[in-house]
Design a protein around this ligand. Structure first.
Ligand code: COA
Length: 183
């Protein structure tokens, strides 16, 4: 049984560090569900060994901050994170998976992004966040825009899935967008 952690609180979600005991089984289930992974690059599924290794690794890496997302009932519904942080340029790439399908389109994804953004700019002191979504992943694009990211361009035929190339929409948010938008 995992201890209750304060984590980072949003309007609807709480972000807590990923815990192998509390969150591993869900991550294996979600990342082997083609409906959840259809827009992600990781389309061949994951093994228990791969996921265990991921949980061990992310805690130790100083270029990555990953959280498990809990809903307002403390139910584990997904993961979000800042990846490949470049501390010289003060930038990182972001990603979110709401794996619990019953939790889709209830505002949890965009709230998790807002909490992550606050941490990135106010606590880590980053300058730029960036993310990308497959062109037909409307949910991801709407959630990014709703949480303050700006659409910056389209990378042609960047993602391959089901025998087909897809364009990727690039999104970014700067510290000045974040702090300017709050005043
Ligand atoms: C994409 C994802 C993170 C969005 O999270 P979510 O909690 O479902 O999104 P929210 O409820 O915060 O919705 C934000 C906005 O997007 C809209 N939206 C969400 N999913 C949508 C969909 N499938 N189609 C159209 N609009 C959608 C919502 O209606 C909302 O807009 P509104 O406030 O104007 O109504 C989540 O669906 C998910 O993890 N999907 C699977 C993995 C994935 O694709 N991750 C992103 C990879 S880039």
């Amino acid at each position: 049984m995992a201890e209750k952690m304060a984590g980072l609180k949003g309007d609807k979600v709480r972000l807590v560090p990923p815990d192998k005991h509390a969150h591993l089984e869900n991550s294996i289930r979600w990342l082997n569900d083609p409906e959840v992974t259809q827009y992600l690059l990781m389309t061949i599924g994951v093994t228990r060994g791969m996921e265990e290794e991921w949980f061990d690794r992310v805690q130790k890496r100083d270029v990555e901050v990953v959280w498990a997302i809990l809903d307002d009932q403390d139910r584990h519904i997904g993961f979000t994170g800042i990846h490949r942080i470049n501390w010289k340029l003060r930038m990182g790439g972001t990603g979110t998976v709401i794996g619990e399908k019953s939790a889709w389109r209830k505002g949890f994804g965009s709230d998790a992004m807002r909490v992550r953004t606050k941490f990135a700019f106010e606590t880590l002191g980053l300058h730029r966040l960036e993310s990308e979504a497959r062109i037909d992943n409307v949910g991801s694009q709407r959630a990014l825009e709703k949480s303050g990211y700006r659409r910056e361009g389209v990378a042609r035929k960047k993602m391959f899935w089901g025998g087909q190339w897809y364009d990727a929409v690039l999104y970014g948010m700067l510290d000045e967008d974040y702090f300017g938008g709050r005043s």
